[in-house]
Write a protein that binds this ligand. Structure first.
Ligand code: SAH
Length: 348
């Protein structure tokens, strides 16, 4: 367990606040800039690492602040190269994040909440009650840890980030956006926004807010069914947030951002494996320019949900592609270590 300190976490301060603090101490403002770079760009975990500051200045900072930091204390590697990290937060809570290597990319899949409140029937994380939101620095640190693992184990840079770990990013919107600001900032990790994807269960009013905020990252929606009855049965959020509202929000999103939407979709035996469902998906895909990822189901024990046979996937594929919707079948990675989509449940 990491000790929580009673001192203020210095990373909660914005650059301006840090400058103000330094001014109050009679220090030059460029010192604040230096400290900020140590904290974000160089991911310093202690004040003693800040070697371009005098010892007395470092001591002054130690007296006033602490640097809360995540700890990766359990790492599992899959036969396919995928790495799953169990990440301990400063208060001892645990989330998971995953490094997914492919030929061309290294993707970090990060968590945004401890547990999840959404109760999707097919997802392991749903069985962990939502405990709390992650702070911007806890999200940022997961990315830094995976960036370092990418260099260490693969000798390659991190190329992409997906918010597809534990939690619903749009229910922790402000912190997710603030983390992305640091991740894309030149003084942070300097990564391109277009390489970042936020995946959501599809909360209409938050999608409208994202459009109004003119965010530059990509949007993926976990659709899984384009008929309300089915979607409500497997994703309770759909009851208060039906497909009609979702479609309207996506129209607004596209109008403002001109960004294509990606739909994530699992085809399950006996649930959504008929032509009626595929036709409904095609119709939904015509609302805004979009593409579809048919993702492989990762069983989470009791067998209520089962991956549909290949014929059903091909039926979807044919129907969508014939109508000009780009569709990909996404094989799961990291299944052997429970690191695949929907399997994150702190088993370790
Ligand atoms: N709350 C967000 C992000 C977390 S889930 C969201 O809903 O998008 C990341 C993706 O994994 C989602 O598309 C989700 O629907 C999918 N998923 C959940 N459980 C799964 C499972 N058992 N097998 C395959 N995908 C699953």
């Amino acid at each position: 367990m990491v000790e929580a300190s009673s001192k203020r976490d210095i990373r909660k301060l914005k650059l301006d606040e840090l400058k103000e603090f330094f001014a109050q101490q009679g220090e030059k403002s460029f010192r604040a800039q230096q400290v900020y770079e140590w904290l974000w760009n160089k991911s310093a975990k202690s004040f003693d690492q800040m070697t371009n500051l005098s010892i007395s200045l470092r001591d002054m900072l130690k007296e006033n602040f602490t640097i809360n930091h995540i700890k990766v204390d359990h790492m599992q590697r899959s036969a396919d190269g995928t790495i799953k990290n169990a990440v301990t937060l400063y208060d001892g809570m645990v989330v998971e994040s995953v490094l997914i290597p492919t030929e061309k990319r290294i993707t970090a899949c990060v968590s945004s909440q401890v547990g999840c409140s959404l109760a999707c029937k097919f997802c392991a994380t749903a069985r962990l009650k939502r405990q709390r939101n992650l702070s911007p620095d806890e999200i940022y640190d997961q990315v830094v840890a995976i960036r370092d693992q990418a260099e260490l184990f693969f000798g390659r840079p991190l190329t992409n980030i997906v918010f597809m770990g534990m939690g619903e990013p749009l229910l922790n919107y402000a912190n997710v956006v603030s983390a992305i600001e640091k991740i894309t900032d030149q003084k942070g990790l300097n990564m391109a926004s277009k390489r970042i994807t936020v995946s959501t269960v599809g909360i209409a009013k938050m999608i409208v807010k994202m459009a109004d905020d003119d965010v530059k990252f990509n949007l993926a929606v976990s659709l899984h069914a384009a008929l309300d009855k089915t979607r409500s049965a497997i994703m309770p959020i759909n009851e208060t947030n039906p497909l009609h509202d979702l479609g309207k929000a996506l129209q607004y999103w596209y109008q403002k951002t001109k960004k294509k939407v990606t739909y994530e979709y699992v085809v399950w035996k006996g649930i959504n494996d008929t032509e009626e469902h595929a036709t409904a998906l095609l119709k939904f895909c015509k609302i805004v320019p979009s593409k579809v990822n048919l993702i492989e189901y990762n069983p989470i024990d009791d067998g209520e949900f089962q991956q549909a046979p290949e014929a059903a996937l091909n039926m979807y594929m044919d129907m969508l592609e014939r109508n000009g919707i780009t569709t990909r079948i996404r094989k799961s990675r990291g299944k052997d270590i429970d690191a695949a989509c929907g399997q994150l449940a702190n088993k370790t």
